[in-house]
Design a protein. Structure first.
Length: 115
């Protein structure tokens, strides 16, 4: 099982980044996928998730700015982040969401929003 996130970096406030997550080792198309983030000294929090039916949910703090999407043919999940704010700085993780048994996590990709 592998969840490989990429696309993080340093961006100025108001800028954009697109995170990508390559998944392998499980049936991606039937899985609920999500993006989480964890800032230093804070708990990991859900940013967005997308169901196997394409249904999307977002945390209030990213609504209207971030968009989650998936490509089942490529086993990829994406997070388009627009109008980034300094408070969006965190380590972003891709996850296969499994409420009963516990999420599967990939390594994070760091996002820093700073001028």
């Amino acid at each position: 099982v592998q969840l490989q996130a990429s696309g993080g970096g340093l961006v100025q406030p108001g800028g954009s980044l697109r995170l990508s997550c390559a998944a392998s080792g499980f049936t991606f198309s039937s899985s609920v996928m999500g993006w989480y983030r964890q800032a230093p000294g804070k708990q990991r929090e859900l940013v967005a998730r997308i169901g196997n039916d394409g249904n999307r949910n977002y945390a209030d703090f990213v609504k209207g700015r971030f968009t989650i999407s998936r490509d089942n043919a490529k086993n990829m999940v994406y997070l388009q982040m627009n109008n980034l704010k300094p408070e969006d700085s965190a380590l972003y993780y891709c996850a296969r969401i499994l409420p009963l048994s516990g999420n599967w996590w990939g390594h994070g990709t760091e996002v820093t929003v700073s001028s």
